[in-house]
Design a protein around this ligand. Structure first.
Ligand code: THU
Length: 159
């Protein structure tokens, strides 16, 4: 028997250790999270994406009375990017969340469907996407490429 161990690398930083564009992305995600349409979960998520051409786009989660119809912030912004900038690769994606009525930022981690959508973007443009996840007001996780969060996905299962 052979054992296969999977390792993921996550960089943990204080917000002031991020560079200017990283801080800008987080700040754009925080601003747009306040515009979330989340009357069912009361969980407001913001996602901001940096494209290769320097453009920054942002979006929030959009829920629906029929719950599964709702769309996560990450997929709203990546779909918008793909639809409007089909020639510019997304290179960085910042994700933040806040519970309605709270001041502090909540820990968020992209759901499985969003991980798959991020993977599709990486494949489409043949470029890894760096994720910035705000864990709380003092801690950010920087993750270089979706493979760190989605190992053994269909397209790279090659034992
Ligand atoms: N949500 C996101 O927008 N992104 C995530 O990474 C996690 C979850 C949304 C979906 C739903 O509108 C609400 O947060 C609660 O799950």
């Amino acid at each position: 028997m052979k054992k296969i161990n999977l390792n993921s690398e996550i960089e943990e930083l204080a917000p002031d250790e991020l560079d200017y564009i990283e801080q800008t992305l987080l700040s754009r995600a925080q601003t747009v999270a306040k515009l979330a349409y989340a009357p069912y979960s009361h969980f407001h998520v913001g996602a901001a994406v940096l494209l290769e051409n320097g453009e920054v786009l942002q979006a929030s989660n959009q829920e629906n009375a029929s719950y599964p119809v709702g769309i996560c912030a990450e997929r709203v912004v990546l779909s918008y990017a793909g639809a409007n900038y089909p020639s510019s690769a997304p290179v960085m994606l910042a994700i933040v969340a806040q519970r309605e009525g709270e001041e502090v930022w909540a820990k968020v981690s992209p759901c499985g469907m969003c991980r798959q959508a991020i993977n599709e973007c990486e494949n489409r443009f043949q470029k890894p996407i760096t994720l910035l996840i705000l864990c709380n007001d003092a801690k950010v996780h920087r993750i270089k490429g979706i493979s760190q969060l989605l190992p053994l996905k269909f397209d790279d299962f090659n034992p």
